[in-house]
Write a protein that binds this ligand. Structure first.
Ligand code: CP
Ligand code: NVA
Length: 310
């Protein structure tokens, strides 16, 4: 049985299999062909943090695949009152067919997966947001940027940046990351990415200068400067990230046909200007819609790799 906890655990071929499934199911969905790949299956969706896209896309996704989603907010289940993660995993995974969790540390997610009888999907942790990157890569392909793109990530060295590191190093493209000093990516994750890059031919460039990072890029992206759980650091972070806003001047350094991606929610005039956001709104909201399609690819792939189904 395979879990989807980080892209680190998947080969390029496997990631591309999930993307191909997503493309196929997207085409069917657009024709209103809801093929029941996961008929009668239940997806448990545990949320320890807020969500708009992850909740709506997973719940709609499993329903369109012929199953049903259970929204389980930690405010409402016993996990929020201190029931251990490993007990929650042993209870829920005996009743449902797949679980998606949004939580804090990757360790908590790993603990759930260790005790789970069914595949577990990472719906965001402090360290990674891998389903987002599946949607982002699907969007890049649709906009003609799937083949050897130069990508620039400007901003916080956070869960999004880490997942960009994983997808770029696995698929073999160029990724430049520019963060302020003190907000760099996790060293271990960078080391892993560098190791994967040696195998895949990816070019990973880590630095602190956003203007250099976006020079000639095909894809420019960023994320909030204040992730969930960091609310108390807001003022300090806003000061530290001055100069890292993706605005028109910065975008002009990228290729003239460059696309801009944002996982959302976006905070205008902080990590991105209103003008850049609105100029690229069609791409951004396609990226957001692609959460639905990409995650169906992930769920159907995981379901078809269960030992008990072979
Ligand atoms: N991008 C993303 O995961 O959005 P939500 O926090 O709304 O799920
Ligand atoms: N880095 C952000 C992503 C939100 C989808 C966070 O963790 O809050």
């Amino acid at each position: 049985m395979r879990h989807f906890l980080t892209l680190k655990d998947f080969s390029k071929e496997e990631i591309m299999e999930m993307i191909a499934l997503a493309q196929k199911i997207k085409t069917q969905t657009k024709r209103k062909q809801y093929v029941p790949y996961m008929e009668h299956q239940t997806l448990g969706m545990i949320f320890e943090k807020s969500s708009t896209r992850t909740r709506v896309s997973f719940e709609t996704g499993i329903y369109q695949l012929g199953g049903i989603g259970l929204f389980l907010s930690s405010n409402d289940i016993q996990l929020g009152r201190g029931e251990p993660m490993k007990d929650t995993a042993r209870v829920i995974s005996r009743m449902v067919d797949m679980v998606m969790i949004r939580t804090f540390s990757q360790e908590k997610l790993d603990e759930f997966a260790t005790y789970s009888k069914v595949p577990v999907i990472n719906g965001l942790t402090d360290e990674y947001h891998p389903v987002q990157l599946m949607a982002d890569y699907l969007t890049m392909i649709e906009y003609g940027k799937g083949d050897h793109p130069i990508c620039a990530y400007v901003g916080d060295g956070n869960n999004l940046a880490h997942s960009w590191l994983m997808i770029a190093s696995k698929l073999g493209f160029e990724l430049r990351i520019a963060t302020p000093k003190g907000y760099e990516c996790n060293d271990e994750i960078v080391t892993d990415a560098m190791r994967f890059a040696e195998e895949s031919g990816a070019k990973i460039i880590i630095g602190n200068d956003p203007q250099t990072a976006v020079e000639g890029a095909d894809v420019v992206t960023t994320d909030t400067w204040v992730s969930m759980g960091q609310e108390e650091e807001k003022e300090k972070r806003i000061a530290a990230f001055a100069g890292y806003k993706v605005d028109d001047t910065m975008m002009q350094k990228a290729k003239s046909d460059a696309i801009f991606l944002h996982c959302l929610p976006a905070y205008r005039e902080y990590e991105v200007s209103e003008s850049v956001f609105e100029a690229h709104a069609e791409t951004i909201f396609t990226e957001s819609e692609n959460r639905l399609h990409a995650q169906k690819g992930v769920m159907v792939w995981l379901d078809s790799h269960r030992e008990d189904k072979k």
